[in-house]
Design a binder for this molecule. Structure first.
Ligand code: NAD
Ligand code: MG
Length: 474
């Protein structure tokens, strides 16, 4: 085994203020009642900053600012809106090192992911939708498609800036204005994005950022002057939002959880499959709605595949998110760590066999070693519930029909993976999977041109691609 010297990215590329206000009508301001919360670095538990908690009056002001800005923004020719979006995309590229370090600090994800995956995709989403802004009459939604109005957008903590980009870029390209609420454990990159909007001279009120927890989000989505709600997060909160919005005439898209099957057939290139399994479940600490959290492996190769998977897991480096060699960073919060720990204990208690490589976890912060469970059956809770952590449940199958049946035996339907040498088998199996995205001989690949979204309890509506425009057009 090689030893690696520490290779930390410099923290000094980010200048943090001790406190941040709400971004309303182009300016930062404190909450009306002065309430704040703290956001921490989950790798050290160090407080990074105090952030304003938006109450009802603050949300009212943000929605009013978005409403006021809507008239002029929606009336701009698409080519003019595109200029702002291109400008935002370029500024994100210019500031990508700073934003990547910030994202790793507030979220805990490894710098090599925030630097090489999150930030390039964030810029790509703005470039992509900038390109659509002046071509909407040719997008297949009629000759003169119209925006919806004011969009309320609530996002989770697993890809803070990327989920912001998925929401904000198509909304602005189509002429809507937005009020966005980032997650309470990862508010900082959205506030830096507010600064990017100012730098791009985006008209005040087109983008407003209100920080806070679930109460702020609940108030925002229930606001009577909101025309469209877009949510990414847990199925539980998604249900609650669907109830709130029902009968109001508001448009709604929901991107919820998943329990994806990653299916490995006996003719698959095994080394490549092992890389795909590792990427599928350990990328971003497994805090990924489309994570390949159920490995379905053909029985006759299970032993060989699991042996190589364990060898590969032995080489994963868990630790300081800012170290460029780190593969697995910190779990985003104490609450999420508790949930992962609880479900893993249930897995062992229900009789599955638990294995993790030997790895030393830092003393402070929130950490969980990469873990696999073998001998898992479909009745086990770890085979049914979203763990949202670096925990893989392994099941076996004998025939393609059995693989399909097990893969679809879930209340979710967001993504799936197929590993096989035969194109015909890949197409035949993909056709039968009830999942919004099916990857073949790869996993967790994203592109702004490709629509993303689920079936069943994974939600409805599509984000990304031409399809993603539809959610923001009347
Ligand atoms: P959550 O659904 O509670 O939070 C997501 C966002 O919704 C946050 O911004 C939160 O403040 C906001 N929110 C919470 N309650 C709300 C309400 N009543 N009305 C409006 N907004 C509200 O998710 P969580 O508690 O952070 O995570 C719990 C579980 O959800 C995870 O273990 C995981 O299984 C799942 N999850 C899925 C995704 C995903 O990408 N699909 C993302 C995060 C979490
Ligand atoms: Mg944080």
């Amino acid at each position: 085994m090689f030893e690696y010297a520490p290779a930390p990215e410099s923290r000094s590329v980010v200048e943090l203020d001790s406190s941040y206000g709400l971004f309303i009508d182009g300016a930062f301001e404190a909450a009306k009642d002065g309430a704040t919360f703290k956001t921490v670095n989950p790798a050290t538990e160090e407080v990074l900053a105090e952030v304003a908690t938006a109450g009802p009056e603050d949300v009212d002001r943000a929605v009013a600012a978005a409403r006021h800005a809507y008239g002029a923004w929606s009336a701009l020719p698409g080519a003019e809106r595109a200029k702002y979006l291109f400008r935002i995309a370029r500024i994100i590229q210019e500031r990508s090192r700073e934003l990547a370090v910030l994202e790793s600090l507030d979220n805990g994800k490894p710098i090599k992911e925030s630097r090489d995956v999150d930030l390039p995709l964030v810029a790509a989403h703005f470039f992509y939708y900038a390109g659509w802004a002046d071509k909407l009459p040719y997008a297949g939604f009629g000759p003169d498609p119209k925006p919806i109005g004011v969009a309320a957008q609530v996002i989770p903590w697993n890809f803070p800036l990327l989920m912001l980009a998925w929401k904000v870029a198509p909304a602005l390209a189509t002429g809507n204005t937005v009020v966005l609420k980032p997650a309470e454990t990862t508010p900082l990159s959205a506030l830096f994005f507010a600064d990017v909007c100012r730098q791009a001279e985006l008209p005040p009120g087109v983008v407003n950022i209100v920080t806070g927890a679930g109460d702020t989000g609940a108030y925002l989505v229930a606001h009577p002057d909101v025309d469209k709600v877009a949510f990414t997060g847990s199925t539980e909160v998604g249900r609650e939002i669907a109830r709130t919005v029902a009968g109001t005439g508001k448009r709604l898209t929901l991107e919820l959880g998943g329990k994806a099957a990653n299916i490995v057939f006996d003719d698959a290139p095994l080394d490549q499959a092992v890389e795909g399994i590792v990427n599928g479940i350990f990328f971003n600490q497994g805090h990924v709605c489309c994570a390949g959290s159920r490995l379905l492996v053909q029985e006759n190769i299970a032993e060989e595949l699991l042996a190589s998977l364990k060898r590969r897991m032995d080489t994963l480096r868990v630790g300081d998110p800012l170290d460029k060699n780190t593969d697995i960073g910190a779990i985003n919060s104490a609450a999420q760590l508790a949930r992962i720990t609880e479900l893993s204990e249930i897995g062992a208690a229900e009789g599955a066999e638990r294995w993790s490589p030997a790895c030393q976890l830092p003393e402070r912060g929130f950490w969980f070693a990469p873990t696999i469970f073998t001998g898992v059956t479909q009745a086990h809770r770890i085979a049914r519930e979203e763990i949202f952590g670096p925990v893989l449940s392994v099941l076996t199958f004998r025939t393609p029909a059995e693989a399909v049946e097990k893969a679809n035996n879930t209340p979710y339907g967001l993504s799936a993976g197929i590993w096989s040498e035969k194109g015909s088998r890949i197409l035949a199996v993909a056709d039968k999977l009830r999942a919004g995205v099916v990857w073949a001989n790869t996993f967790n690949k994203f592109d702004p041109a490709s629509p993303f979204g689920g079936y069943k309890e994974s939600g409805y509506g599509r984000e990304g691609g031409r399809h993603g425009l539809e959610a923001y057009l009347a």
